[in-house]
Every structure is written in structure tokens, then in C-alpha cells.
Design a protein around this ligand. Structure first.
Ligand code: F6R
Length: 600
């Protein structure tokens, strides 16, 4: 949540910041701002709304060669120009952007900032006011910054500029992501390398509780104690074209269409030259050694985890439980003797998941992260990582990461089964290749889905998704997709559960979308459809080839029974996409949401 870009060099800063912020808009888009330092002063611009509004607001700005920018997802204080970052100290000397939440901001305000006039309702403003107070005491910006940072409790990625210092951006980080990009005669600061790839592909990781002094010609990383740290940069492995929409109207549609390619890339990446599964031996050993798996995830990744549990239990014979990350600490289950924690996260930055990771590491347990971003916090802090290879996912609604997560979980389960000497009549690479072809057939049927939406979801205020067995998990995902981007109140239910209460909501014309891809429940789910149809529901059955009936609304190609979620979710994603389009919703940036949820 929230994105930060900073630049110090010799080029005009404004466009670099605006272009970077536009790439970070997926992290939050309720307000935006930037501060640029020209020869004389700091020019501050803040708007409620999108980067496009900020671009307009800064059209007439003169040349400046350093600055910081921010795109916000509000936590403390409503989205407004006043609450937008950057924030300034009372005298206007110090200007700061922040991503994260300062947990002790009220205490800090009371203890150190009595009498200071605040211009916003944010927790962030406390930090910049504290820098000024500390400057009065220490007469040194670096020291004032260090003293301030050592008082903060919570999560933060921070960039600070001082009107009297044209040579430094002061940077600090704890829990929230931040990188420093290295260039020749310039350096950048960014929440995500993707935002500044046009400038450089060389990046320095910053670890928690470190401070970094970023100048045009050097970067110095220090521990909070002042000790200087030497660190080698890494090369960001992102293709710039992967971060562009190309000819697509929306990133979401592009990412739905990319799913067959992602399946094929996963097959390639997890296969060795002798066509065997290729996984890190350490992961294999950890999987073999554990007696129970605890899957931790949020949202769509949680839904992928539900499917993954089936693989782990049915194929590898390991008991598995799936937990919503934000609830885990309150409802921690009794742990087995030798647990392995598996974190599933597209971004690798989800704060709810990270707080579980920190806790279980303190307890001495091992963790494996399955993520699309290998250098991310969850990846770095876990013992092992499996990469999704899905390419950057930019639309807020997750699509290709979900299917990639399921594919990698299938590979992990089969690899574990084989490592344990179990015989399986299932070749995941071959089956995933069949899935890739099926996905291609489905993404070619957009018009049929668009028509279904036009005829059935046009003006509805609610919709239900029902399914049994693994279809139920896909229904949860289908409902989440529909509600988050079209704002139709949608819920996914186990087919047998609807009659235990929710059927009361069925009225004449209520859309009920039923999934029927599992042979063993085909009869029972169709009976559930009869029950809702008898009460006036507008039912639509999405079935699989081989189980279909003439009246079914849509039939997906046949794939292995265990992998049906990978194909049945595609029409669900497209349903959500066209429903959102039909209602004129902002498909890629739905209201109130952000892609990377870095606050708890
Ligand atoms: C929904 C969606 C979210 C994320 C959730 C977890 O389309 O994208 O529900 O799945 O916020 O995010 P990650 O996977 O990055 O941990």
C-alpha cells in the first residue's frame, strides 16, 4: 500500500517521479503528491485522486534535479490533498513521504510535539515534525533523522529531503518494502523496481532498521547504530514490456490472456533436462521431513491455498490446513511436532502474512514462501522460496498469480510424493500442458462470456456462486473477483450449504452461477441448482466437457479432475471483467483497494 519514488541526479526529476508513480499506482490511488527541490526551494504538489491529476497539477513546474513522490492508500485520515504525502515540518524545511503505519504516533505527538500545529490527520506527519524538533537539538539532519527513526514503532518506508541540503535523500525502512536503484550520476529510491526500470536495473536491498543516505554519486547504507554496511546490488529481472498494457484496454484482460503462457513457463522452470521435476533439494527435504503443513495466505492466495491443500493431502499424503493470515495469531491451532509453514503470496509483501511469518520464525519453525516476487519480504525472510514465474501482475484483481500458485502447488505436491517414494498416476507437467491449451480455448471465448454477462449480470445487485468439492473453492474466488471489480454483492457457497440459510436471499431473477466440473458431485450440484431455480433464481451452470448437459450456459474443456480449478476460474475471471466493464467500473483500480496490502 502506498508507493514511493525518489530521484537525485542531473535530469529533470518531475517526469521520472510521475512515470514511476504511475507504475506504482497499483499500490494505492486515492491521492498523490510530490516535492521537488530546485535551486532555491522545495515545491510541493498534492492532489486528491490519481497520478493523472498530479501530472496536470505539475505541468508548469520548473527544472529540479531531486525530489520525492508518493501515491497513497489512506490508513489514517481520509483521502484528501491535505492528507496526501509529502508532508512538511512546521517551518517547511523538511519534507517526507511514508508508506506504512506508525503505531505509536499518538504517544510521540504527546511526548515530543506539544504545541506543534499539524496540517493533516495522518500518522506520517508526526515523523517529519519530529525530524524538525530533533534538528533543533542536534543541528545535523542525518542525526535528527536517525534519532527520529529510532523512536518509531510500526512499519515504514521513508524518504526525506531537507531544503538546505541539495545532495541527499534520507531513507529508512522497517517492514515496508523499499529499494535504492543505482545509476551513473544519479540514484533512485522506489517501493518496487518496476517503477524505475527505465532508469536502472541495478538495485540495493534495504533491510529493516537501516538508514540510507542517497546522493547523486554515492549511496551509504547504515545500521540504526551508525555502523556502515557493505552490500552488493542485484539486477532486477523484469522485462519493461511486461509492465506495459500494450494493445490491451486493461491489465486485467492482458493478465487473464497470459495464463496459458504462464503455465508453459512454469512447466519449463520446474523441469530439468531429463524432463524430471526440478525443485531445490532443501525444499524437498523440508517437505519430506514435516508432519503437517500450515498454509498461510490472504484473499485470492488463500483461495489458491484451499486448492493446494487438496493436492498435498491427496497426492503427497501430508495433512494440511489453510489459514487466513490475519486470523492466525488469534486462532492459532495446536501445532504438530514438526510443522512446515507455507506462505502463499503474489506480492510477497502482505503484512498479515508477514506478521505470521515473524511469529513462527520466533517459535523456531521453518517456512516456505510461494511468491511471484522472489526478492520480496516474505521470500527473504522465509527459509525457502518457490517462484511463480507469472511476470508482474499489475491489475489489482489477481488472476494469473492465482493459477500460477495452484500450478506450483501441484508440482510441489507431486514432487514430495515422488521424494517419499509414492507411486502416482499423474504427470503434473503433462497435465499442466493440457491445462495451458484449455486456457487458450477459454480466452478465445470472450464474446460468449460477454454475452452471458450482458444477459444475466447487467443490472443485478447480487449474485451467488455455488459448487461442491474443489468447485466450491473456485466459487469463492469467482465471487471475490466479481465483487471487487464490479461491486456486485457476490458470495461463493458450498452447494449443500445454501439451503441452510442463504437460500432465503434468492428472489425472482437472482443470478446463481453453479460450477459442475467434478464427476462425483455432478448430480448433487445439479440438484442444488434445481432448488434455487424452483425459487426463481436465474441459474447458469458452468460445466466441464464430459459432464455437460444441453442446458448448461458454458462448458470448459476437459482437464485432469484435480486441475479443474485452473480452467474453471478463467470464465469466472472473464465474467467479473465484463461485469465491471458493463458497469463502467475502473477494472484495474477498483475503489478502496490496493494491490499490495502492506498494512495489517
Ligand atoms: C484479490 C487479490 C487479493 C490478494 C490478497 C493477498 O484479487 O488480489 O485478495 O490476493 O491481498 O495478496 P498477496 O497474494 O500479494 O499476498
Amino acid at each position: 500500500m502506498c508507493g514511493i519514488v525518489g530521484y537525485i541526479g542531473y535530469k529533470d526529476t518531475k517526469d521520472i517521479l510521475l512515470n514511476g508513480l504511475a507504475k506504482l499506482e497499483y499500490r494505492g490511488y486515492d491521492s498523490a503528491g510530490m516535492a521537488v527541490l530546485d535551486e532555491e526551494t522545495i515545491n510541493l504538489f498534492k492532489v486528491k485522486g490519481r497520478i493523472a491529476a498530479l501530472r496536470k497539477r505539475t505541468e508548469d513546474t520548473g527544472l529540479a534535479t531531486m525530489g520525492i513522490g508518493h501515491t497513497r492508500w489512506a490508513t489514517h485520515g481520509a483521502p484528501s490533498a491535505d492528507n496526501a504525502h509529502p508532508h512538511q515540518s512546521a517551518s517547511g524545511r523538511f519534507t517526507l513521504v511514508h508508506n506504512g503505519v506508525i503505531e505509536n504516533y499518538q504517544e510521540l505527538k504527546e511526548d515530543y510535539l506539544d504545541g506543534v500545529a499539524f496540517g493533516s490527520e495522518t500518522d506520517t506527519e508526526v515523523i517529519v515534525q519530529l525530524v524538525e524538533t530533533n534538528y533543533e537539538r542536534y543541528q545535523d539532519t542525518a542525526e535528527a533523522f536517525r534519532q527520529t527513526i529510532s523512536l518509531l514503532r510500526g512499519s515504514y518506508a521513508i524518504g526525506l529531503i531537507d531544503r538546505e541540503d541539495h545532495e541527499t535523500i534520507y531513507v529508512a525502512k522497517n517492514k515496508s518494502p523499499l529499494l535504492v536503484g543505482l545509476g551513473d550520476g544519479f540514484n533512485v529510491v522506489t517501493s518496487d523496481a518496476m517503477a524505475t526500470l527505465k532508469e536502472t536495473d541495478q538495485y540495493l536491498e534495504i533491510f529493516d532498521q537501516e538508514i540510507v543516505l542517497v546522493s547523486r554519486h554515492f549511496v551509504e547504507v547504515q545500521k540504526l547504530s551508525g555502523t556502515v554496511v557493505n552490500r552488493q546490488p542485484f539486477t532486477a529481472q523484469i522485462d519493461v514490456s511486461d509492465t506495459e498494457k500494450g494493445t490491451y484496454p486493461h491489465f486485467m484482460l492482458k493478465e487473464i490472456d497470459e495464463q496459458p503462457f504462464v503455465m508453459r513457463r512454469i512447466i519449463q522452470e520446474y523441469q530439468d533436462e531429463r524432463d524430471r521435476l526440478k525443485l531445490d533439494q532443501d525444499v524437498r527435504n523440508a517437505m519430506k521431513a514435516c508432519d503437517r503443513i500450515y498454509i498461510i495466505a490472504a484473499g485470492t492466495s488463500y483461495h489458491a491455498g484451499l486448492v493446494g491443500k487438496q493436492f498435498l493431502e491427496k497426492m503427497a499424503g501430508i495433512p494440511a490446513e489453510v489459514h487466513v493470515a490475519s486470523e492466525f495469531s488469534y486462532n492459532m491451532p495446536l501445532l504438530s511436532e514438526n510443522p512446515l509453514f507455507v506462505f502463499i503470496s503474489q506480492s510477497g509483501e502482505t503484512a498479515d502474512s508477514r506478521s505470521v511469518l515473524v511469529k513462527i520464525k520466533e517459535m523456531g519453525h521453518q517456512a516456505l514462501t510461494i511468491t511471484n516476487v522472489p526478492g520480496s519480504t516474505l521470500s527473504r525472510e522465509a527459509d525457502f522460496t518457490l517462484h511463480l514465474h507469472a511476470g508482474p501482475e499489475i491489475a489489482v484483481a489477481s488472476t494469473k498469480a492465482y493459477t500460477a500458485q495452484i500450478a506450483v502447488l501441484a508440482i510441489l505436491a507431486v514432487d514430495t510424493a515422488r521424494a517419499k517414494g509414492m507411486k502416482l498416476d499423474f504427470d503434473p507437467l503433462q497435465e499442466l500442458a493440457i491445462v495451458a491449451n484449455a486456457m487458450e480455448v477459454l480466452t478465445d471465448q470472450k464474446e460468449t462470456i460477454e454475452e452471458l454477462v450482458r444477459d444475466n449480470l447487467g443490472t443485478t445487485r447480487n449474485a451467488f456462486f455455488i459448487g461442491r468439492s474443489s468447485d466450491y473453492f473456485v466459487c469463492l474466488e469467482g465471487a471475490l473477483k466479481l465483487k471487487e471489480i464490479s461491486y456486485i454483492q457476490a458470495e461463493g457457497f458450498a452447494g449443500g450449504e445454501l439451503k441452510h440459510g442463504t437460500i432465503a436471499l434468492i428472489e425472482e431473477g437472482t443470478p446463481v452461477i453453479a460450477l459442475a466440473t467434478q464427476e462425483n458431485v455432478n448430480y448433487s450440484i445439479r440438484s442444488n441448482v434445481q432448488e434455487v431455480a424452483a425459487r426463481g433464481a436465474n441459474d447458469m451452470i458452468l460445466s466441464m466437457k464430459g459432464l455437460e448437459q444441453d442446458t448448461d450456459a458454458f462448458v470448459v474443456p476437459h482437464v485432469h479432475e484435480l486441475l479443474t480449478p485452473l480452467v474453471s476460474v478463467v470464465p469466472m475471471q472473464l465474467l467479473a471483467y465484463y461485469a465491471a466493464l458493463h458497469r463502467d467500473c475502473d477494472v484495474d483500480k477498483p475503489r478502496n483497494l490496493a494491490k499490495s496490502v502492506t498494512v495489517e
